[in-house]
Design a protein around this ligand. Sequence first.
Ligand code: IPE
Ligand code: IPE
Ligand code: MG
Length: 246
Amino acid sequence: MIGIEEVKARGLPYHVAIIMDGNGRWAKRRGLVRTAGHQAGAQAAERLIRFVVRQLGLKYLTLFTFSVENWDRPAAEVDFLMDLLERFISEKLQEFISEGVHLCVSGDVKGLPVRVRETVARAIGETAKNDRLYLNIALNYGSRQEIVRACQVIARAVQLGELDLKLLDSKAFSKFLYSKDIPDPDLIIRTSGEMRLSNFLLWQAAYSELYFTDTLWPDFAPEELLSAIAVYQERDRRFGAVPGEK
Ligand code: IPE
Ligand code: IPE
Ligand code: MG
């Protein structure tokens, strides 16, 4: 097992994004209800955030928490997830404030229950000056919806004569996404053995390194983040070029 100091010395990725999957299967294997898996998943998230802030020192961490497609789950599960999320953010807020965590959200916040929306808005406001870790929660998030929304805003701006279409390149386009202030993820991790992106950061993942693990999210320990980063550090990121030659 690789040590934290070694991983840090090799150079950390700037932005790690995680698809936290497998809560339901974790619960099922223990004969528990799915919501018990979500509860355990929240604890795993708490443990990981603490590790990242207090020990590892990443600058950006994105956690996929609830997708636009997740509304298709049974109402009781969706309600539980919303309550859990609201409680998680309100209970952690003081710690975030004192430890320098800057909370941001990618997703359609307006589509969330009012209580969740208010808690999220409060947490964003009260952590706005922090800059130790940018913790980006992908919440009511869908990447296709994010891209379509950007196109709508762009089309309107062009219609109103506020934007010159000729100036729209991929860099300018990215400023219309939820992630406008966040660098693209260097590393995307998905737990639970699924090898798909499930509508997560499709634009931003263009040159991300992908890491898949069979570990179910509630079992994902900080040591496994170190292993994932160690694998990432061995990758050769070429971005389409031939290294060393121009
Ligand atoms: C991830 O775990 C949590 C959310 C998607 C909200 P799942 O609930 O998807 O767990 P599995 O995939 O059914 O095991
Ligand atoms: C992706 O997991 C969404 C989150 C982790 C929040 P899902 O469990 O919803 O994805 P699928 O349905 O397996 O593709
Ligand atoms: Mg799942």
